[in-house]
Design a protein around this ligand. Sequence first.
Ligand code: DSN
Length: 454
Amino acid sequence: MDKPNLKKQDPELYNILEKEEFKQQNKLSMIASENFTSKAVREAVGSVFMNKYSEGYPGKRYYEGNYNIDELENLAISRTKELFELPEDWEVNVQPLSGSPANLAVYIGLLKPGDKIMGMYLPDGGHLSHGWSYSPKSEEAEFVPNAMFYQGGSRKVNVTSKFFEAVQYKTNPETQMFDYEEIEKIALEQKPKLIITGGTAYPREIDYKRMKAIAEKVDAYYLADVAHEAGLIAGKANKSPVGIADVVTFTTHKTLRCNRGAMILARTDLMKKINRAIFPGLQGGPHNHSIAGITVGLKEALSPEFQEYAAQIVKNAQKLAESLMEFNFQMVTGGTDKHLLLINLSNKPILGKKFARALDYAGIITNYNTMPGETRPPADPSALRIGTPWITTRGMKETEMVQIANWMNSVMEEVGKWADLDFDIFEENVKKSELISNIAKDVEKLCTEFPLDI
Ligand code: DSN
């Protein structure tokens, strides 16, 4: 690490940073929404671009001195158009601070407060910003685990369910996949003004053409939120909704492997309204250092190597799924088309929360997650979500996926005997386990063979 100024000026913070760098280098980061950015991206993010205010858009700023920022933002836009092969009549907004504000800007731009939006049910794999609200225990009659339609609850958890009327479709209880016929029925009945697809834990590709046809039938806009898949789409490992949906949003820091941020792509007529919703509707000055990092990441994504990378992410996820299934781990939907797996642990002694903590001690970082048909609380759910973007950045391939599945199974076998213990006592046992600390050492050795050096 080479940060002499920080080390001298703020040793306390430097020490925390050093620990985080060590952890990222020596553990396997397998959170599906995370990735590791290149040095060039990190240099751009840490640059003097962060010092400039630039409310407005290129050529129409409210402060002077923005000629370089205009050049930067235009470069970001042109690279995005090239990467996502935007049709002539589509435009880009690179200013959203992250995914939730990007989605909110779309709603603010295209809808009126109180209009109906229809997204995917959060516990089945949707996202908070697609209108999440739920019913507290006292109103549990509202919660019907196997129904295809969820009308939302009185607890308006996300701002999108406070300002809009949000209803949700679920996945098919048998296949755990999108059931387009049911979604169409719900849309015809509910008549939403906006239909949303995408989410955080759905391992399958979505039929964007079918969803657009459903939206057209009810005269709704169709928003494809591809935050998770953006890099797979850019790298041509997954299909693209660009030119099919009315609007596409995504974050830049997941499979796309840029720093944190988000983008909106939309038809020019809609983008005029969405631009106004971003600025001055929702945000002030864009984070120019973030846009700079993203611009560098976009150049990386335009290279032929990025297509190989995207294909390998999917191959790795599929190999990992296959290897885990050999140990009787159940994959939600039976597998994956993407970078993520959702493991239903209900046939195992330990569920998501305890398993995720035990895996962290073994050097494998994941997250516990809800799953279709979930009956447990989100803070202690039945499933575990894992992803391959970050470990593929390290250069890992199918051989390493088999090894990781072996380690995950050994951890499950070790900790299963402590299933009935309270969480804290369970963790004490995990900490003392020789088997788990030996796996952590092996993980560290593997990480040394695949250093993070991009
Ligand atoms: N937190 C992101 C994820 O993990 O999928 C979504 O916002």
